[in-house]
Design a protein around this ligand. Structure first.
Ligand code: AHR
Length: 318
């Protein structure tokens, strides 16, 4: 029996109770899918975090579809789980199902992406500063180009997702005031390696490789796909076309170590640690977390020992 079911069986209103043992908790996790290495690592870390705390984790893979996430959340509600972790594929369209969870007195925690819904509908959001990540990428490129003209192509993440919206806005802020920098093409690659390659091929065809000076990709997987397209076009990634992306997955560190990529901004895959800490504290003692629990971001460039970081990260579930 879940903690929630025990509570309802005892006809007690859902109020945070003292001393709820972790191994009494059943938590539902609605994951987006497995579009990127980073996503795979987040899933691995979430399972590990739940296991280490003795939490019964019910995992649902939405295969990139919001309708599957909504179904999974309704199923978690019907099962009477004690809490729900939600990595929302897109930002809009969550109000109804979040209200249903609230009516059932099941706290929902957002992980790695935000939603356009009233913040009273979720307990907290554990995310990085997605705008800041894009801004760091833009500022890095502005510094790197040091006034030289540069025509930039952009691979956006999933259309309508908060990282695609915020990382685009942040990058534009980062290059603002640098008239030498211009985004000449911008299209979604859906956060996947395969689409990153396909869309980069179309950019190279449309612009001509010699007319593209830099690629900004909203994640490393798309950048790694694009590296393949750049090589197949007879150009040298990291030199002919500078590449900056986000996530800091092992393959990006390897590409930087090999000189095929220039910079990446780290996104921790450990969203579940802070999320479960907040959920447990809420369920055990009613502690209200801050509405935003911010994870740290860090820029890696060729100045770092990327081979060492690759070795550290390569077995972490990416
Ligand atoms: O929401 C985080 C983003 O989602 C990651 O940067 C990307 O790799 C993933 O698909």
């Amino acid at each position: 029996m879940t903690f929630k079911a025990t509570l309802l069986a005892g006809a007690v209103a859902l109020a945070p109770m003292a001393a709820v043992a972790d191994d009494d908790l059943t938590i539902g996790f609605s994951q987006i899918g497995s579009e990127s290495g980073w996503r795979a690592a987040e899933t691995t870390v979430t399972r590990q975090q739940a296991e280490a705390r003795g939490i019964d984790l019910k995992f649902a893979d939405a295969q990139q579809k919001q309708e599957n996430q909504i179904k999974a959340i309704r199923s978690f509600i019907a099962q009477g789980v004690d809490g729900i972790l939600l990595a929302p594929v897109v930002a809009t369209g969550w109000d109804d199902v979040l209200e249903e969870a609230q009516d059932a007195e099941i706290p929902v925690i957002l992980m790695d992406r935000t939603v356009d819904a009233d913040e009273s509908l979720y307990l907290t959001a554990v995310t990085s500063d997605l705008v800041h990540e894009g801004q760091v990428a833009g500022e890095w490129l502005a510094k790197e180009m040091d006034g030289q003209p540069c025509r930039i192509v952009e691979l956006q993440g999933t259309t309508g997702s908060s990282p695609a919206i915020d990382r685009k806005a942040g990058f534009e802020q980062g290059i603002e005031g640098h008239d030498n920098l211009e985004i000449v093409r911008s299209q979604t690659g859906d956060f996947t390696r395969s689409q990153g390659k396909v869309v980069m091929e179309s950019f190279l065809k449309a612009e001509g490789g010699a007319n593209i000076c830099a690629l900004y990709a909203h994640n490393d997987d798309m950048a790694v796909g694009a590296i393949q397209a750049i090589k197949e076009a007879g150009l040298v990634p990291g030199k002919d076309i500078r590449i900056v992306a986000i996530d800091a997955v092992p393959d990006a560190h390897l590409a930087i170590a090999n000189g095929e990529m220039n910079a990446t901004i780290e996104l921790t895959p450990n969203m579940a640690g802070p999320a479960l800490d907040a959920l447990e504290a809420y369920l055990q003692s009613g502690t209200q977390p801050a509405k935003w629990i911010q994870t740290e971001s860090r820029l890696y460039t060729a100045a770092d020992d990327n081979m060492a970081v690759y070795e550290e990260k390569k077995s972490l579930g990416y």
